[in-house]
Design a protein around this ligand. Structure first.
Ligand code: PLP
Length: 395
């Protein structure tokens, strides 16, 4: 009658969504200010004023027929060229609009890329902790997810562990830095050693192994931390980008795939991206938002608020005795749970009205994710609850 697999995916909500729904129900019961909801990664700062102003101006002044009409399947040519110019200016690449395919956010960028690459029997490597939807996306195209654990002490990647996981079936590796859920930014040394392993294995197996850079948090870094641009380190690279977090436009569904012009037969790879976009129905990303972001390259939401939240939370939680991974980017704090079972810990946290996501579905048991893209007031008000929770565990 219908696909059992799809039914299952449609009925089993993610742990994050479940907790988010629980939070909404709890807020209705006891009041929104009494519940400290750290469940979801919804940006809490508005889109930059220039984005709002440009949007209003476009709606008021542009010809409505052209503003809302279909663009070409791969996206508006002027927008793609504007993005290419910006990326070239930032990273010293020499891309053109023809290297870019506009999408409905990073989720679409990933599913299109996976669909474009997948051939029967292929495996895709992800590093834990990883965004849980990777499993859904990889298995959804028929692939097998192969999990490689990041180093527990700093959540960087150990090249030997990575190398051991690559087989002749490995089609691609997904790298997500800044990382959801750990907030860790992979160092340049780590990237270089990872790319060296990939080069070696490509030679050994006589085939391409692709690097998929999932980068919705690229601009969300604090201090002078640099996020290496992977195309500059490895030729067979696809960048999956999104404006959901950098411009605080998650509901407007806009992003892109950039295909490196140094990838083997990149024009054919790009054609496969177009084909996958077509099969998945992801042609012509939202026209208005394509054109908007074409005019707003280089803008970022005010991330100083996230930095402030991170500093308050990290300092307080570590002072209470919790072990947290120092996050350089994104808006997540990854905290080791004082008992092995993160779900049991999450349940105890709920008693203090703290909603923390157990990280089992991120492939890293024994941790919870705390999304600090909330108001600073919520962070401050939640601290006594965290302190009481620490005391309950005798920290
Ligand atoms: N990849 C990662 C690591 C994410 O955290 C998210 C969203 O939270 C996505 C992809 C999907 O992003 P988008 O909302 O742009 O589809």
């Amino acid at each position: 009658m219908y696909s059992e697999k799809m039914h299952q995916l449609g009925t089993n909500r993610s742990v994050i969504r479940d907790l988010f729904e629980y939070g909404n129900q709890r807020k209705a019961e006891i009041g929104p200010d009494k519940v400290f909801d750290f469940s979801i990664g919804n940006p809490s700062v508005p889109a930059p004023q220039v984005v709002t102003d440009t949007l209003c101006q476009m709606v008021k002044e542009s010809d409505p027929m052209s503003l809302h009409s279909y663009t070409s399947a791969q996206g508006d040519a002027a927008t793609r060229q504007a993005i290419a110019d910006y990326v070239n200016g930032q990273h010293g690449t020499d891309l053109t609009g023809d290297n870019f395919y506009m999408t409905c956010g990073a989720a679409a960028s990933l599913t299109i890329s996976l669909k474009a690459l997948y051939e029967e029997g292929d495996e895709f490597i992800v590093f834990s902790p990883f965004f849980p939807e990777y499993r859904v996306f990889i298995e959804g195209v028929g692939g097998k997810l192969v999990q490689v654990d990041s180093r527990r002490e700093d959540f960087q990647i150990d090249p030997a562990t990575f190398e051991a996981a690559i087989t002749d079936k490995t089609k691609a590796v997904i790298v997500n830095s800044p990382n959801n859920p750990s907030g860790v930014v992979l160092t340049e040394d780590c990237i270089k050693s990872l790319c060296a392993v990939l080069e070696k294995k490509q030679k050994e197996y006589g085939k391409e192994i692709f690097l998929i850079a999932d980068e919705p948090y690229r601009e969300l870094v604090y201090g002078d931390v640099k996020v290496p641009y992977l195309m500059n380190y490895y030729d067979n690279t696809l960048v999956c980008y999104s404006y959901s977090k950098s411009l605080s436009l998650p509901g407007d569904r806009i992003g892109y795939i950039a295909v490196s012009n140094k990838a083997k037969d990149w024009k054919d790879l790009y054609a496969a991206i177009c084909g996958a976009g077509r099969v998945l129905g992801y042609v012509c990303a939202p026209s208005l938002f394509q054109k908007l972001i074409g005019k707003c390259q280089g803008q970022t939401a005010d991330i100083s608020i996230y930095k402030k939240n991170r500093d308050i939370l990290y300092e307080a939680l570590t002072s209470y005795g919790f072990r947290c991974i120092a996050p350089d980017g994104a808006f997540y704090l990854f905290m080791e749970t004082p008992e092995e079972d993160a779900t049991a810990f999450g349940e105890k946290a709920k008693k203090h009205e703290l909603l923390l996501v157990p990280a089992d579905s991120f492939g890293t048991p024994g941790f919870v994710r705390i999304s600090y893209c909330v108001s600073t007031e919520q962070i401050q008000n939640s601290l006594p609850a965290f302190k009481a929770l620490a005391q309950e565990y005798g920290l």
